[in-house]
Design a protein around this ligand. Structure first.
Ligand SMILES: Cc1cc2nc3c(=O)[nH]c(=O)nc-3n(C[C@H](O)[C@H](O)[C@H](O)COP(=O)(O)OP(=O)(O)OC[C@H]3O[C@@H](n4cnc5c(N)ncnc54)[C@H](O)[C@@H]3O)c2cc1C
Length: 396
């Protein structure tokens, strides 16, 4: 059996960060992954440009049963810490909307940077390696974990679980981390797909699919949360940043309230249009605010087209309500197949927020997406992966 001070299972964002930090402290570190190469999700992230952090990161950008858990790690490793690394490696970056930082060129640069740092810190890798069993030596004074893999046996004093979550199984995502938590009687909160498009079915889908390709700014509300961003109609339902964001709060059976014209007082706007162009049709004036195909759909299914001068105040009010509070009840989401994240994970009550170590199994750590901390869209998930990996790396 080969001994390492630290074994990290999962060569993703969190695992690589933890390995680098532990290696820098002089620990012998092995990173083990069943994939044939490290950082596969980083490579596909941000449309290939990796939205590696968000400068507006704050605890409010995360979903967790314990919203306070992430505060400590996020304040000890900030977006500016990661940015300093990016700059040290001469990776060109750009700021997009809402403080999102992306590589200007390619996500490959972020993986190359992490692997370079791993090499400098003396980190070893065992890729294409399947973990068969994990056990803990309960008799030893020291905290020793034994791993049986298809590439031999390993023992370690500190075992870090950085295996991510269930999103995109074809990228190598598994429920390994949650199963391992279960093996040590550590609870996992309810899991569901997050940052994921919605599916519609039946007549609603038939009607909506005629709108496929249309994108517009909306405010989407569900369960007390609201996001104002783009919405995209697809052949199967609705997507775009506004829908991905609200999907993380949506539960089966919920209705989404969509304001199709956020920031405009439609009752007042329509009254003004009636005064200026009394003979204009409602359909004509609405087409100045939103795509024609959408107006056509709305006039067929939601509101009545009419010459403006024939519309009463109460009809204006009804039209405004229909456009500001369009109610859609998705049949479901596209699930883990396309979800960017998994909401829920290893219960934070079971972990130290300072070290990420299990409270009841000393030497066992959980970091990154496997933990019940899920970020909004916009670089927050990587920031959590870096921050939690960094913190564990100081203690393993
Ligand atoms: C398409 C897509 C785009 C995204 N874009 C962004 C973005 O631009 N910005 C952002 O902040 N977030 C983005 N995310 C989310 C982000 O990728 C994740 O939150 C982040 O990668 C989580 O890091 P992690 O290290 O915890 O897990 P991962 O990066 O998923 O790494 C887990 C590693 O564990 C390995 N593993 C899993 N099971 C086993 C096992 N049984 N044995 C051995 N190894 C195993 C996997 O192969 C993988 O290498 C995106 C996600 C997707 C799917």
């Amino acid at each position: 059996m080969t001994h390492y001070d630290v074994i990290v299972i999962g060569a993703g964002a969190a695992g690589l960060m933890c390995a680098i930090e532990a290696g820098k402290r002089g620990r012998s570190v092995l990173v083990l992954d069943h994939a044939e190469k490290a950082g596969k999700k980083i490579l596909i992230s941000g449309g290939g440009r990796c939205n590696f952090t968000n400068i507006h990161t704050e605890p409010g950008n995360y979903i967790s049963e314990n919203p306070c858990f992430a505060i400590s790690a996020l304040s000890r490793y900030t977006p500016y810490d990661f940015l300093a690394w990016v700059e040290k490696h001469h990776i060109e970056w750009e700021e997009r909307n809402h403080g999102q930082l992306f590589c200007k060129d390619s996500a490959k640069q972020v993986v190359a940077m992490l692997l370079h740092e791993c090499e400098s810190a003396g980190v070893s890798f065992q890729l294409d390696c399947t973990v068969q069993t994990v056990s803990k030596n309960e008799t030893s004074e020291r905290k020793i974990f034994q791993l049986e893999t298809d590439q031999g046996g390993f023992i370690t004093d500190a075992l870090v679980i950085a295996t991510g979550s269930r999103s995109i199984p074809k990228m190598g995502a598994t429920g390994f981390g949650h199963q391992l938590a279960g093996q040590f009687a550590i609870k996992t909160t309810g899991l569901r797909a997050g940052l994921v498009p919605f599916r519609l079915t039946g007549r609603e889908q038939e009607k909506i699919k005629t709108l496929a390709g249309i994108s517009l700014q909306v405010s989407a509300q569900c369960n007390g949360h609201c996001f104002t961003e783009q919405m995209l109609f697809t052949h199967r339902g609705i997507s775009g940043p506004a829908m991905l964001q609200i999907s993380s709060y949506w539960k089966e059976g919920d209705t989404i309230l969509i304001d199709l014209l956020p920031g405009i007082d439609m009752t007042e706007w329509l009254a003004r249009m009636r005064e200026q162009r009394p003979k204009a049709a409602l359909r004509t004036v609405l087409s100045e605010l939103m795509p024609k195909r959408l107006v056509h759909y709305l006039c067929e299914s939601l509101i009545e087209d009419e010459m403006l001068r024939r519309l009463s105040e109460s009809q204006f009010k009804a039209i405004a309500d229909a456009l500001h509070q369009w109610r859609l009840k998705p049949a479901g989401t596209e699930g883990y197949r396309t979800a960017e994240v998994t909401v829920g994970g290893v219960d934070t009550d079971a972990l130290s927020s300072k070290t990420m170590e299990s409270k009841k199994v000393p030497g066992l750590y959980f970091i990154g997406e496997v933990v019940d901390v899920t970020g909004h869209l916009g670089g927050f998930n990587f920031q959590w992966a870096w921050a939690s990996g960094y913190c564990a790396g100081q203690f393993v």
